[in-house]
Ligand binder design. Structure first.
Ligand code: AMP
Length: 254
């Protein structure tokens, strides 16, 4: 059975142990409910490092909707099996009181890009994300940390934060893993009702049409999605839509 570390103190000691033995460390931060998207990050970390550490922490500060936090799937026993099978050496599963022993008195705030797109629709979301990621980076002090392009805005913000604070860990981007029908894998997909699951891949299909963002927005609404945004940034088209109570995000290169 894979080793599970539940306190920050134990995690720090274990990591120091690895460093003393000159073992390189790869960190894969997750909120659990692991699927093949997460497992691809673990696989990449396995290929690059001597030791692979997965954190499983449903981060309360990145939710502006208590119901979303409440409903987030928690499947620790299955996650441990999957993480081990994918090549993880240990899992860090800390308590919120341990991570936020300061009561979230100190937080990382980015004042530009984090206000757009996801940030415009989820108040305080990226403060919560960046704060917990910086804490995890400081606890583990990994050589590399792995983030999915699925959360494109998050990836760019984490990368810029690491540069801004001279974090020694290299931030590694990993491609989006999709279901056979194109739907980006997400822990929230389990909440899609059968008819919503049938419609969901249309989101990715429409993002790929090469139409204007206004036109894609219109096509999505006509298909039955609630649309939070469709926007171009750099070489990406990013979107967020709602199907019933489930919110989906995705992005494609254009
Ligand atoms: P989460 O557990 O949703 O916070 O995701 C943990 C990490 O897995 C983040 O870096 C995500 O971007 C990444 N991830 C989630 N879904 C996918 C996916 N379908 N493909 C690639 N990476 C993903």
């Amino acid at each position: 059975m894979i080793e599970v570390i539940r306190t920050i103190g134990d995690a720090g000691r274990r990591m120091a142990d690895f460093r003393r033995k000159a073992l390189s460390i790869g960190l894969v931060p997750t909120m659990g409910a692991l699927h093949d998207g997460h497992l691809s990050l673990i696989g990449r970390a396995r290929a690059d490092n001597d030791r692979v550490v997965v954190s499983i922490f449903v981060n309360p500060t990145q939710y502006d909707d208590p119901e979303d936090l409440e409903r987030y799937p928690r499947t620790l026993a299955a996650d441990l099996e999957k993480a081990e099978a994918a090549g993880a050496d240990l899992v860090i599963h800390p308590a919120p009181e341990d991570i936020y022993h300061d009561g979230y008195r100190f937080r990382v705030t980015e004042s530009a890009f984090s206000r757009e797109l996801e940030g415009a629709h989820r108040k305080g979301h990226f403060d919560g994300v960046l704060t917990v990621v910086l804490k995890l980076l400081n606890i583990v002090r990994a050589d590399r940390a792995y983030f999915g392009e699925k959360d494109w805005q998050q990836l760019l913000l984490v990368r810029d934060m690491a540069a801004a604070f001279f974090v020694a860990t290299e931030i590694v981007a990993c491609p989006i893993v999709r279901e056979a029908d194109g739907l980006a894998m997400s822990s929230r997909n389990v909440h899609l009702a059968p008819e919503e699951r049938v419609l969901a891949p249309e989101f990715h299909r429409i993002l790929q049409t090469g139409a204007s963002t206004e036109d894609m927005h219109r096509q999505l609404v006509e298909a039955g999605f609630g649309v939070d945004y469709v926007a171009k940034r750099g070489d990406r088209i990013l979107g967020a839509v709602r199907l019933g109570k489930v919110r989906l995000i995705d992005n494609v290169q254009h």
